[in-house]
Write a protein that binds this ligand. Structure first.
Ligand SMILES: CC(C)(COP(=O)(O)OP(=O)(O)OC[C@H]1O[C@@H](n2cnc3c(N)ncnc32)[C@H](O)[C@@H]1OP(=O)(O)O)[C@@H](O)C(=O)NCCC(=O)NCCS
Length: 200
């Protein structure tokens, strides 16, 4: 599956991406805030492509006109996420190389991936989280219209050998539609919609 946005192409990862993955994933400002260690070699990046970035809905983010993978975006389906045990729910995860921060690329990619999840994969709710202090990721989720659900103070982060505080947000298909399917920009919702979700 290949997805297109105004400025980006989202396509499956290939072993040929190991060099560019290493280029961006070796940066200590990218992985650790998301819970994984910076890559140490192209070989390690190749192993990550083979064994981690191999989900059915995991995409390499590329700029249109270039085949270079500059980031990753994924819908982690049931079995690949601990945020849900339902087949009609999944988790959104993402990162992008530091030279590309601040261009709105991840929100742009995420809008298309959310559309894929709700319209084509039959998702009813998509979850998304961030570790306390990751203001950039929090901001991405705010801009997309995710709604606060809960905070956990004791989240194990095995790759980093740490315990962190994690914040979990969610978006239902109804909210996504109400928000104009991601086309209305920033959406502020009242927090009690979390109660509405639990009652579902
Ligand atoms: C979080 C992340 C995916 C955002 O992607 P992006 O494409 O840069 O998203 P945006 O351009 O919308 O920027 C989001 C916010 O980041 C901040 N930001 C952008 N560029 C920045 C930079 N160069 N330095 C510091 N902060 C920056 C801004 O607050 C921005 O919000 P704004 O649009 O209201 O100003 C990206 O920063 C990243 O990959 N970070 C490391 C990995 C990570 O945190 N992954 C998510 C784990 S939950």
């Amino acid at each position: 599956m290949i997805l297109y946005t105004e400025r980006l192409i989202l396509r499956p990862w290939s072993e040929n991406d190991a060099k560019s993955l290493f280029e961006y994933a070796k940066d200590p400002e990218v992985g650790p805030v998301a819970g994984w260690l910076p890559h140490k070699s192209t070989q390690e990046s190749l192993e990550v492509i083979r064994h981690v970035l191999n989900g059915a809905e995991c995409y390499a983010i590329c700029e249109k006109g270039s085949s270079t993978a500059i980031g990753a975006i994924e819908l982690r389906l049931n079995g690949a996420t601990d945020m849900t045990k339902r087949d009609d729910e999944c988790e959104l995860g993402y990162w992008i190389g530091k030279p590309f921060w601040g261009r709105g690329y991840v929100p742009e990619a995420a809008k298309e991936v959310l559309r894929r999840g709700f319209e084509e994969l039959g998702m009813t709710t998509i979850w998304c989280g961030y570790y306390d202090g990751n203001e950039k990721s929090k901001r991405v989720q705010e801009k997309l219209g995710f709604v606060y659900h809960h905070t956990c103070t004791e989240v194990p982060v095995p790759c980093m050998n740490e315990i962190r505080t994690g914040h979990t947000n969610y978006m239902t298909k109804e909210q996504w539609k109400r928000n104009g399917c991601g086309n209305q920009g920033i959406v502020h919702e009242v927090k009690n919609t979390a109660a509405e979700h639990r009652a579902k």
